[in-house]
Design a protein around this ligand. Structure first.
Ligand code: HAM
Length: 432
């Protein structure tokens, strides 16, 4: 019988990789609290109708990528993204009546049946945030700037911030009509997928990767030609605010993104293509001023984004200490209990330590210390036990000293704490 394997596109994260994951999650949680965002957790499973209403029937996500199933006749779906569920929770708990502006962040697994490749998985993790109740433009710019600060702290080089505006719903209707008029005579030269989209979701043809589609859309009217005055003023103000904050960006007037709920401000942050390949978009987000009302809630404007955690990890140059413990307590056969007590005392001072309770030879315990990345080994033999002393072997300094038990604890704590303070205390590198 063959051994079971993980489902295609769904990955294990093994303990040796968890350190980097946790570090990114910690930096994100800290960034969020610095900006006044509070964490929200919504279910992994929601009703299928929530996603088709919020994201749009004619999107790739809803048409082809959702893991949907019937449970006792009830259509349910594993969440393909976080915004719809968070918006549902915002409406369901009547949050808009309790506070005028709400800042929520979230993290967790999302599920999309996409073709797996580097940076694209079927179960992947997002770190996201949603801001309800502020129509912008200053909060749009602050959100983009917050992301740039966060990504710099992760030491992600070569960041590019792309911004665009989609205008309001009437702009979309007028632009859609103009685009269909422009593309209809060229229908035969479009890819099969785009021919279909010409009737379902023509704006998506603009970010098709196919060469023939790119050729066909050359010279197409841009959405900017159809913007209403209010939309134009809003976008100008977002750009002005970004300039004032010194946040680097470029305007990408073909940026449309794959979800239907967006209006006005739209943005993506892209990392180095050499490293990330097709999955170079680290963060995608934008304003969705009509989703809450569209789901049956009050008319509340909103803006948000999500970052792909695996992609952040591929792009990040953060170095974190890979050691599992700081110290190994190595008791020889007759001193195991005393070893457990010594380790417990060290942990009270915040020292991460393991006790090698196998009672094996000193040589094999030193090998274990190496594997764990311990800096210090505290050796306890029967002689040491009888004299109330410990041998402290410093693997970095290559020294070995015999000390009274309490003095050993003090010295080990001082040395290891000083070492941990110096880890990664360099300032983040500037990127643009
Ligand atoms: P999205 O552009 O679909 O937007 O996804 C956001 C980010 O999630 C992407 O930029 C990428 O980093 C990551 N991502 C998406 N699909 C995959 C995948 N199959 N494998 C690995 N990473 C992936 C949203 O999800 C919106 N909810 C963002 C948002 C929040 N807009 C407003 N509020």
């Amino acid at each position: 019988m063959t051994a079971p394997r993980a489902v295609k596109g769904m990955n294990d994260v093994l303990p040796e990789d968890m350190g980097r994951w946790q570090r990114v999650e910690q930096i994100y949680a800290r960034t969020m609290s610095l900006y006044g965002y509070r964490e929200v957790r919504t279910p992994y499973v929601e009703s299928t109708a929530l996603f088709s209403r919020a994201i749009g029937e004619a999107t790739d996500v809803v048409e082809k990528e959702m893991y949907s199933f019937l449970h006792h006749e009830e259509p349910l779906t594993l969440r393909p993204e976080g915004t719809a569920g968070v918006a549902r929770a915002y409406i369901e708990h009547g949050v808009h009546a309790k506070e005028p502006v709400t800042r929520w962040w979230y993290g967790g697994a999302m599920f999309r049946a996409e073709r797996p490749q580097r940076g694209r998985y079927r179960q992947f993790y997002q770190l996201g945030a949603e801001l309800f109740g502020d129509p912008g433009p200053a909060c749009d710019a602050e959100m983009i700037d917050m992301l740039v600060q966060f990504l710099r702290e992760l030491r992600i080089p070569d960041l590019q911030v792309l911004v665009n505006t989609l205008g309001g719903p009437e702009t979309r209707v007028r632009y859609r009509a103009a685009l269909v008029e422009f593309l209809t005579p060229k229908t035969a030269s479009l890819s099969a997928e785009s021919q279909r989209r010409l009737t379902t979701n023509p704006l998506r043809i603009l970010d098709s990767k196919s060469e023939q589609d790119r050729e066909a859309v050359r010279g197409a009217p841009t959405l900017h030609d159809f913007l209403g005055e209010d939309d134009r003023v809003h976008f100008e103000a977002v750009k002005k605010q970004l300039d004032a904050l010194g946040t680097p960006y470029s305007v990408e007037d073909r940026l449309v993104r794959g979800l239907d709920y967006y209006t006005r401000t739209l943005f993506e942050i892209v990392g180095a293509r050499e490293k990330l390949g097709a999955g170079s978009t680290l963060v995608g987000g934008g304003r969705y001023d009509f989703m809450i009302a569209g789901l049956g809630g009050p008319q509340v404007p909103a803006i948000g984004y999500a970052a792909g955690l695996e992609r952040l990890l591929i792009a990040s140059e953060l170095e974190i200490p890979g050691n599992v413990v700081d110290a190994l307590v190595a008791p020889l056969a007759g001193a195991i209990t005393e070893g457990l007590v010594l380790a417990r005392d060290l942990r009270k001072s915040g020292i991460r330590c393991e006790v090698d309770t196998r009672g094996t030879s000193l040589k094999s315990q030193l090998r274990r210390a190496n594997t764990l990345g311990a800096r210090v080994v505290l050796i306890l033999g029967e002689d040491e036990l009888a004299q109330g002393v410990v041998q402290v072997k410093d693997l970095d300094a290559r020294t070995q000293e015999t000390m009274a038990r309490d003095q050993a604890i003090r010295i080990v704590v001082d040395r290891l704490m000083a070492a941990s303070r110096s880890v990664d205390s360099r300032p983040p590198r500037e990127t643009t």
